[in-house]
Design a protein around this ligand. Structure first.
Ligand code: NDP
Ligand code: A1CAB
Length: 264
């Protein structure tokens, strides 16, 4: 399989790192306006760095467009003639709908919207996928690629915006919660590095407990909250300050913004 990534910024380079770690392809083209940031990939002889988007498309079977919404239309338009029926065209651009991509490159092409997150660089992404009618034939291929880089879920395109908020923006939301925990730990007397390790490992343990047990979070909370103990005291104080409410409101604000991006 020959893969190209057009746009190697935050997400494109994360996908590249994950792919290179697994090396489940025969060649990888990394195309960007400015190639300086990805020069490190040069050491792999099966990786080609270029600024020629059309060349990257022509030399590949799977093309992942990892461009910002304001750039993707012009770039797709500029390479549209190079996109043939055998290509599998993937886009990670938030708010950029399949119908828009079809209008640029044709509805007869295999088109898959992919919504990963930056944890794809370490093979821990939650990646949601939605295809056009033609692209349905290639959805198993897309699952195969992205299952090596974390977990995948195939969803209707109408849910891609919501998935973007929960899974892609979600990385930032969880990071902020971890950072806040670290600040709390420092206030309780830990050194910054110790506080960071305590917060990260406890977060990892919480997610792992749910993944491995399949339990509901409240079941795990019940196991921790000793009656009249310190945990329930802290949890209730957080809820009085609106912890769950703030998180839900943030998720909804993010969703409203992405829907605005879609329509602008
Ligand atoms: N970051 C994330 O966590 C996630 C992002 N997304 C989506 O992924 C897309 C990319 O986001 P992100 O990686 O953060 O954005 P970045 O700006 O970091 O990356 C985009 C890259 O594309 C390059 N570029 C711009 N124009 C061209 C061109 N004509 N030809 C080739 N390359 C070009 C940019 O170069 P330059 O900087 O020089 O303009 C940049 O390196 C967005 O649509 C976003 O919605 C989706 C899920 C998660
Ligand atoms: O913030 C954004 O708009 C993009 C989409 C999800 C993550 N980054």
């Amino acid at each position: 399989m020959k893969i190209a990534i057009i746009g190697t910024g935050n997400l494109g380079s994360s996908i590249a790192k994950g792919l290179i770690k697994n090396k489940s392809f025969t060649s990888l083209y990394l195309s960007d306006k400015n190639t300086a940031a990805v020069q490190a990939f040069y050491k792999e002889d099966y990786v080609t760095i270029t600024s020629d988007n059309a060349e990257a498309v022509k030399k590949s079977d799977v093309v992942i467009f990892a461009l910002q919404p304001r750039h993707i239309e012009a770039v797709m338009e500029s390479v549209a003639k190079c996109i043939k029926k055998h290509h599998v065209i993937m886009s990670v651009a938030a708010g950029f709908e399949i119908s828009k991509i079809e209008s640029l490159i044709g509805a007869d092409k295999n088109i898959i919207r992919v919504m990963p997150n930056t944890a794809i660089s370490i093979g821990k992404s939650m990646t949601c996928l939605a295809a056009n009618d033609k692209g349905e034939e290639k959805i198993e291929l897309a699952k195969k690629i992205f299952n090596q880089l974390g977990a995948t879920m195939v969803i209707p395109e109408e849910q891609i915006q919501a998935a973007t908020v929960i899974c892609a923006s979600g990385i930032a939301f969880w990071m902020r919660l971890i950072r806040a925990t670290t600040q709390g730990a420092i206030q309780l007397g830990f050194e910054a590095e110790e506080a960071h390790e305590l917060a990260v490992q406890t977060c990892f343990g919480s997610a792992s407990l749910l993944l491995e047990s399949g339990k509901h979070p409240e079941q795990e909370i019940d196991r921790v909250t000793t009656p009249s103990g310190c945990t329930i005291e802290g949890l209730n104080a957080m809820e009085h300050q609106g912890l769950s409410s703030a998180l839900i409101q943030g998720i909804v604000a993010s969703f409203e913004k992405i829907n605005h991006l879609k329509n602008s």
